[in-house]
Write a protein that binds this ligand. Sequence first.
Ligand SMILES: *[C@@H]1O[C@H](CO)[C@@H](O)[C@H](O)[C@H]1NC(C)=O
Ligand SMILES: *[C@@H]1O[C@H](CO)[C@@H](O)[C@H](O)[C@H]1NC(C)=O
Ligand SMILES: *[C@@H]1O[C@H](CO)[C@@H](O)[C@H](O)[C@H]1NC(C)=O
Length: 598
Amino acid sequence: MKGLGSLAILASYAWLLVSGQTDVCRVRDRTFSTEPMPGGSHQPADKMNPVSGAVSTRFYVTVVNLTPHRIRLENTHSYQMDIFDFGDVPQGRARQNRVKYRGTWATGDDAGEAYYRIDGTDKTFALRLKSYIPNSAPRRVVLDLSGMGLGQREYVFPGAETSVSLVITGSNRFGFQASLRHGPGNWMRRMYNVIRDRKVRHLVMPGTHDSGMSRITDKITSIGSETNTQNQGINIYDQLRAGSRWFDLRIGSIHPNDNAGRYNGFWVLHVNDELATLAIGNSGESLDDVISEVNRFTSENPGEIIFFSIRYLVGRYEFPDRGPIMWNTAMVNDFFSKLRAINNRCLNLDTSTGFENQKASYFMDQNEGKGCVILLLNGQLPGDVPKESFGDGIYHIRRIGIQDHWSNKQTADAMAPDQIAKWRSFNRGGGSDYGNLHIAQWLVTPDAVASTVLSLQAYAIQPTNPSLYWAGVNGMDPEHWPNVLMVDYIGVQQRDQWGWDQLSAELYTLAVGLNLYMVSENCDVHGKKSPLLRSRGMGTEEDQQRLETSWNGIIFANGTTINNPPPTLHLGRVEILRNGTVLGNGTVLETSIPNPWF
Ligand SMILES: *[C@@H]1O[C@H](CO)[C@@H](O)[C@H](O)[C@H]1NC(C)=O
Ligand SMILES: *[C@@H]1O[C@H](CO)[C@@H](O)[C@H](O)[C@H]1NC(C)=O
Ligand SMILES: *[C@@H]1O[C@H](CO)[C@@H](O)[C@H](O)[C@H]1NC(C)=O
């Protein structure tokens, strides 16, 4: 009898193995590294000035590793550089690598390369620094991931002493993805099996600040201009494709100066204070355009969860100097009937549970799997008008528990530690699991003079967004991360380069990687084995969701793309290492030699 008993135990153990029941998250499988990383540098305020910035010789290349493999530096060489400081990037960490060119911009014969390997795999990549003299965009870096089947891209540094960032996620089993270009629009649906059982407050998603301010439309007569009032370079359709799932939409009605009872449509607004006697700012997209952009995206990419936090909800005169026009019930009803044109709204959701506590699948499965566009009213509606309509899929913001953290700082070096301290002040998972959806506003609020002179775009793409990838990422670990990473100028890497093919996918790839890698390493949040650690064939569903690695083309600094380059074409590659070249081990060449790593 005793023997039979142990046989039964053995049999059930074998069954557990076969049925995949041992496919659980185990703390001892965690790969996240706690190795200290060198600190980084935010762009100094004076370097935004193009005159002082033009002579700057310091630049940074940030590498973010959201894979379970160490990213190992194999070799470097540099010529005409005083600093060429590259290093390993452990799992879950980011390294801001430093470069300082020697002398001024006179030589143009400087060059440096850093060669990396994804540890334990056959995947390699190279980072190449080079200046082009004379040229209107002389300071460039090439991210050459052709050795991973992920293409090459040449970037121009967005300003003096700024960083270009490379985000890599995936694993050797799962496939890799990098930030050189955007992946498919439906990033949530593609990782349905990874996120379906996670609560909404256990997801990480990009968000956009003043989302509808992708152009200036002058529907109110005020001093708001592109430099001080426009917060995005791409419209809401492209923001969705760039990964954004949380939108800060501020809507007002515009009324003729002599008639508060009439109005000329609903418009996105960005003003200093929507209730002020004199509102200073301007208008952006029309609500009609926003609606058609969302509908275009969801028809092409069904199955996502998309939140619109809709603020303001007041009227303003065309000359906005006589205070707000509070909406009456008729105005609210007009507004609701407009919102009914949005497809994939989710009607009659369960409001007995906060939306933040519902599983992702609760929303992704709605509308026969077409997902949800969730409208959350967060405006200035007076006491006696409707504030939600469950049957229309319109909800009050209090249906979701959020903590929206705005630093209100003028510079990135003041904003970044404040944002990081906030999301580190609570834990994810386990007994003390934080209960709200945390919105991290990774953006700066320069005063009117500074933003008019230097532009909100320059603030976003030079000091602010690049610092997310070293300071922000190194402030995260499997127990500490925000849910919404809200930014200005999502996807924009290069000033005024707003065409879809000119964008860059750092935030998209960061969000995918934080969900796939970082959150999956927290066993209190993700009970199953990390998708990046599962063996191939463990579940065919996961295999279908493997990251695509089918593009190995080149994107040049000027935006030109070649999809099938000759295999020998590697931008910026150095064939001869000149006399004076410094190797990674400190050796200085005394004669010119062919590049042994060419
Ligand atoms: C862009 O750059 C590439 C490589 O330098 C060049 O071949 C191409 O002609 C350029 N395209 C334009 C439109 O300038
Ligand atoms: C430095 O690296 C070069 C190239 O790999 C090698 O030839 C040389 O011996 C190394 N020098 C030292 C001191 O290790
Ligand atoms: C290499 O450079 C050094 C210093 O500039 C110089 O003294 C030396 O003659 C050079 N060697 C060759 C082979 O060019």
